[in-house]
Ligand binder design. Structure first.
Ligand SMILES: [Zn+2]
Length: 393
């Protein structure tokens, strides 16, 4: 399927621009007309993280005239393994600012627009409406569904990508010409079922593989060349070194882009739609959450507690709370953990940030350990408040 170009060509290229983009200009499919379209294009990259880094850098180098970057996060040392738009001296700096500086260094002809805010239901429509195309580099389901809904409601195409460990996926969602993200994934996964990169890890270079596919598709859409990834899902396995694409059909019953849509405006709360933790977990932690300082005090006072780390073994290896016994969350889900729990000591659960231990707490309480608690904020809050000399990840 070929689609018309998204953007009209700019009036002309300057001599500097002709010199800079000469390797594009001599490709017949791009040529002067294509490069002028890129110059006129306004592209927004949601997130300046793993996918946003290579995406922004190549979009800048390619000569996209206006490049928006939206991110409210701060560069952390643990980002540098894959978020190559940031460097060592950017640690502690706003990601959007750091990314904009790199873009300006790569190509001063690009007009960078910094959106140093969190993307919310209050601002997403207004921000998106200023752009021709969105590149989605977000890492959580709530934002993903919001990006999709806003793009469909505004009639805009967007290039989606996702990464986890050695696996990546990419597609172009454009309801006018094909399916949307909800056609592919009508329901968000149950909370806690799909681990994030912060929980499960990601091979740094995978970001480049998927980010470059996203830029490739962006350039094709902007200039109207090639066969865009509309209605196809690209699946990449870095360990097997295999790319394959599968057809994604527009779902006539899609609540957003189907024949009789029931979602005709943005949802009020995407976090609630995706359920950050399940209802059972939310109930379990209510009144049964302790702080890192309280845990430290319990240990110092010699309270008889049984501290359980529900993360995975390789996470435990990176950093662990002294005295914690490792029993991964999976063992709570399949029930084998319960026989390991002492009846005469108080159970204290923790994970990385508190989501997994909340799920485990619900199971433990259901099994009759009614005085069990979990550590709010997990090992991250332990490091922050009790022992900052420990590493985080
Ligand atoms: Zn749809």
């Amino acid at each position: 399927m070929s689609l018309p170009p998204l953007v009209e060509p700019a009036a002309e290229l300057t001599v500097d621009e002709v010199r800079r983009y000469s390797r594009h200009l001599i490709i017949p499919d791009v040529g002067m007309a294509g490069q002028k379209r890129l110059k006129n294009a306004k592209v927004l990259c949601v997130g300046a993280g793993g996918l946003g880094s290579p995406a922004l850098m190549y979009l800048a180098a390619a000569g996209v005239g206006t490049l928006g970057v939206i991110d409210f996060d701060i560069v952390d040392e643990s980002n540098l393994q894959r978020q190559i738009i940031h460097g060592q001296s950017d640690v502690g700096r706003l990601k959007a600012e750091s990314a904009a500086a790199t873009v300006r260094e790569i190509n001063p002809l690009v007009d960078v627009v910094v959106h140093n805010v969190a993307l919310t239901t209050d601002n997403v429509m207004e921000i998106f409406s200023g752009y021709d195309l969105i590149v989605d580099g977000t890492d959580n389901f709530a934002t993903r569904y919001m990006v999709n809904d806003a793009a469909v409601l505004l009639g805009k195409p967007y290039v989606w990508g996702s990464i986890y460990r050695f696996d990546g996926q990419a597609s172009v969602f454009w309801a006018e010409h094909g399916p949307c993200y909800r056609c592919l994934y009508p329901e968000p996964p149950p909370p806690g079922m799909v681990p994030s990169c912060a929980e499960g890890g990601v091979l740094g270079v995978l970001c480049a593989s998927i980010g470059s596919i996203q830029v490739n598709e962006a350039i094709k859409l902007l200039t109207g060349i090639g066969d865009p990834l509309v209605g196809r899902l690209m699946i990449y396995d870095a360990l097997e070194m295999k790319y394959r694409d599968v057809k994604v059909r527009k779902d006539p019953e899609c609540v957003l882009c189907g024949k009789n849509p029931t979602v005709t405006e943005l949802l009020e709360d995407y976090e609630a739609f995706c359920g950050v933790v399940s209802d059972e977990a939310a109930q379990a932690v209510s009144g049964s959450t302790i702080t890192a300082a309280e845990l430290k005090a319990m240990q110092d006072e010699g309270e008889d507690i049984f501290l359980i780390d529900v993360r995975e073994p390789n996470e435990y290896e990176i950093v662990s709370i002294p005295g914690a016994t490792l029993i991964p969350k999976g063992e709570f889900l399949n029930g084998t953990a319960l026989e390991k729990l002492p009846q005469d000591r108080r159970i204290v659960l923790h994970c990385k940030s508190g989501a997994r231990s909340a799920e485990a707490l619900a199971i433990v309480k259901n099994a009759g350990f009614t005085d069990a608690v979990h550590l709010g904020g997990g090992v991250l809050s332990w490091v922050k408040t009790v022992d900052p000399s420990l590493p985080t990840y």
